[in-house]
Design a protein around this ligand. Sequence first.
Ligand code: HEC
Ligand code: HEC
Length: 300
Amino acid sequence: MAVGERDPITGHMTTGHEWNGIKELHTPVPKPVWFFLIVFTLFGVIWTLFMPSWPYGTGYFKGWLGIDQKQTVAKQLEEGKADRAAWTARIEKEDFAAIRADADLMGVVRETGHSLFGDNCAACHGTSGAGNLGYPNIASAPMLWGDAPETIFETITVGINGADPDTRVSEMLAFGKNQILDRPAILQVVTYVRSLSGLEEPTEANAAAIDAGREIFAANCVSCHGEDAKGKTDMGAPDLTDHFWINGSSRDAIYHSVFYGRQGHMPSWGLRLSPLDIKILALYLSDLRERQHAAVGDGT
Ligand code: HEC
Ligand code: HEC
């Protein structure tokens, strides 16, 4: 068969080879495929010249551009450290009000404070700071010891009934166990305390108990909880008129508080965390509290 014969079925030319009547079609690799093959091969070769590539026993070819990812990472770490040093120095040095007024620093405080809180505090106070039974809500409830950022810093540092010699000391007396009040008197003062926050509606049936409870309260409780039962921050005694309860608000829970007393333990974080971390936490909590109150709209 002659070269250049056209196959009638496919329309391709043939190569001129023939085996037992079978003819080979001439179907060369298409031009675009050649094109891409050449371009990519060239690209590959050139890339290996510029970038770290060929290994040779004791090392590898570093490439003409001299790019080294280890050095790049080390440089980024250096820069990160310098950045951190700049803001740690400022948070350490500046006072609470100045830091709170600085949006950039507060950005750092929110981020770092969030992880510090998650690592150290969330186990007891909950991830959002809303507390658990036995552990107070520190995101929105009034603070037992006061809520200025400086005061919160101090509370976190020394703890409450903690191991620090300067710890805040807080004790709700065991009025029943220590036989200061008998059972009927405790039941009356419990009814009175619950009436302060609307948990107990005054009815004919409990009016006498509330009146008796008010007197018992005046004689036994006001020294710590205040005449108005709104608590005293110098004693760490909680406000009994709001809807925040550390240990529960049921009759049983409050009876337990008055009968056996309460002595919450908050670790002295100054023994475990740096002053910088505690300052960040105090700022973080103040900021969190302010935003919670703004969200609720009571402006306090
Ligand atoms: C082991 C549990 C526990 C852990 C962990 C813990 N706390 Fe507390 N915290 C308490 C208890 C209990 C109280 C309430 C003490 C009381 O009833 O007098 C408290 C109270 C507080 C108060 C309130 C003080 C006030 O004036 O009302 C603040 C603020 C506080 N904690 C911050 C923190 C921070 C910040 C961390 C993390 C560094 C943390 N807590 C970790 C148990 C804990
Ligand atoms: C010596 C001061 C003191 C006296 C007196 C005192 N309390 Fe307290 N009370 C506290 C402190 C401090 C706490 C918080 C304890 C803690 O959580 O560590 C507290 C907590 C409570 C609680 C628990 C609140 C909650 O959120 O769970 C109740 C209820 C309470 N007191 C009622 C009374 C009543 C009723 C009397 C009087 C019969 C009284 N207290 C007398 C200091 C006192």
